[in-house]
Design a protein around this ligand. Sequence first.
Ligand SMILES: NC(=O)c1ccc[n+]([C@@H]2O[C@H](COP(=O)([O-])OP(=O)(O)OC[C@H]3O[C@@H](n4cnc5c(N)ncnc54)[C@H](O)[C@@H]3O)[C@@H](O)[C@H]2O)c1
Length: 701
Amino acid sequence: MKESVRILMCAPQHYDVDYVINPWMEGNIHRLSRDLAQEQWNQLHKILKDHATVELVAPQPGWPDMVFTANAGLILDHTVVLSRFFHAERQGEEPYFQQWFADQGYTVHTLPKGLPFEGAGDALIDRVGGYLWAGYGFRSELDSHTYLAKWLDVEVLSLRLIDRRFYHLDTCFCPLNNGDLLYYPPAFDTYSNHLIERRIPTEKRIPVNEVDAVNFACNAVNVDQTIIMNSASDGLQKTLAARGFKVIETPLTEFLKAGGAAKCLTLRVTEPRQDSPQASSIQSRMVHLEGHLLDSGIVNRALDTIVSGGGSFQVLHFDLGAQRQDISTADVKVSAPDGDVIEDIMGQLVDLGAVVTSEDISPDAHLEAVVQAGVAPDDFYVTAIYPTEVSVNGQWIKVQGQRMDGAIAITQTPDGLVAHCKLLRDLQIGESVVVGSEGIRTKRTTTTLKKKSTEEFSFMGAGVSSERRVELVVEQIAWDLRRIRDQGGKVVVTAGPVVIHTGGSEHLRHLIREGYVHGLLGGNAIAVHDIEQALMGTSLGMDMKRGVSVHGGHRHHLKAINTIRRCGSIANAVEQSILQSGVMYECVKNNVPFSLAGSIRDDGPLPDTQMDLLQAQADYARLIEGADLILMLSTMLHSIGVGNMTPAGVKMVCVDINPAVVTKLSDRGSLESIGVVTDVGLFLSLLVNQLNKLTGEYARV
Ligand SMILES: NC(=O)c1ccc[n+]([C@@H]2O[C@H](COP(=O)([O-])OP(=O)(O)OC[C@H]3O[C@@H](n4cnc5c(N)ncnc54)[C@H](O)[C@@H]3O)[C@@H](O)[C@H]2O)c1
């Protein structure tokens, strides 16, 4: 027996599964054998007594989980941080454990009320590194880790648990005496796995498989070279033996029914301090939300963003307003395990309209100079599609040229400071770029938020739309097109070659002729297929009238390209009466500007296809400027490109047969997006039909 190691246990006199607070308890209420539990506990107690001094705390009636002493508190040297249980079902254990620690002469710290932390179940000392691995996600709150670092004077490494079965850190993570680590990687999020991999070299990590994990192999007690656990597979036993460990298996099946095993049933009360720098990398920020927060669902989305991003939150203030139409406000404290994670979360919250606040009344944005043309400083704020303002010298400045995936560049002009949304490649030395997320606010209008949450969103939510739903949406789009045209607005169409294959060409031509289209964006293919059809009646060698392939037709599209190349441009071909019909013909005839962006797939290409992609992006951006509506017709490549350069407020209609493409485009956060999952040829024919009806109705009025 090793005198220097002391372990606290609690006899299972009152142990039972009385309630369900973890997945293991489900279906096990009052379904365990008391006698067997006692026998299994006695056996564990006996084994431990051969390796350590075992202390006992008196069990208390009404607190069945007190047997799991690992959750009494966290000890380092002579200091204890007492547990604050997350579930009311266990909170009554706290005073008994507190008394025991006080009687033993420990300095006991208690966490603020409402800040859960479940002791050594969620915090494990690395016996070689001296730092503390601390879990959060189910039972313990991330903010409690800051207190651990302060009170125990230790470096804390926070790990986020993501599998409900492994709700405490000690159910899936066991640092061993020699610096080896027994753990179940899928129980942790990606960030936490990276953190583990950074600290523990590959040769020291012992990942267990799911079978061992669910048999609680990681919920083990390690004293010197002995590891005591419920059970281990042959493979795991061999691995541990090869590293010089002796595994003692002792069945604890009755305790597994409540979600615990060897480690949960013990608390090591001798944890000598090792040299470790006192540090906690936990970062916190305050954010302010304002608007119709509940109606718009913004509060829920903000809190989801924080949690799914690996952070935690405390809502410090939430004012709903007295009347339904009043705006509500909320102040939320956000914490995350380190600077990178918090910045990532902050960026997403700013996109949702949150303002990162600080003690100052008007916190300015942090600016850093561009020192290399075309390269932003690290941590630059990545823009979203929403109207954005930045605070510089106490003044909120509106960002011009809003688009997503840019940086905000601040320049001094004779008229004052100007903020521009710029692509990385356009940044110039001498400009300052906004870094971090403070002093930035984005604006969303309540009307658009409401709209999203009703008609359009439920339409998208339906997945593949029924014919009737398509008709309803088409009616709405027809009205929009008609209104925009009559008010002198601008509609831009992005189209792929599928428009031609599906017989949509005649309808798109009609839209152009009738003045509904004010710009056409696409690639080489839409133009080639359209011209092939106009010159030879085929599209990719298929006879468009008869729907059969034409002998030698596969060469038609190259011949079409060749013809236009001879003319020098599509416009020349129209002028020379070589091209006499089709979508491109109508564009030329009706002075509708078009831009064809090249791609690696292109044949030819046509002389009009812009193979310099930066120039093509600039051409697209110019044609989109001032658009009221963008109709995206079955081209994933060009539609996504267009979506990325379009600011919020421009209505986008995305038509594609693949729901995933529609969802991707409609999910970019724009509240004005409509997704239509259908055949593009059918959509265009319904649209033209509807516009014709509309004209009829107008005519009758
Ligand atoms: N010969 C050529 O030069 C040639 C040929 C093909 C493509 N390309 C080029 O390759 C690039 C990508 O081409 P893309 O935009 O056609 O491909 P893409 O994969 O980006 O998009 C095609 C989209 O059409 C959708 N679709 C398919 N059938 C549909 C239907 N019946 N109704 C509605 N949607 C339907 C698909 O789901 C897909 O999202 C473009 O730049 C294009 O110009 C060149």
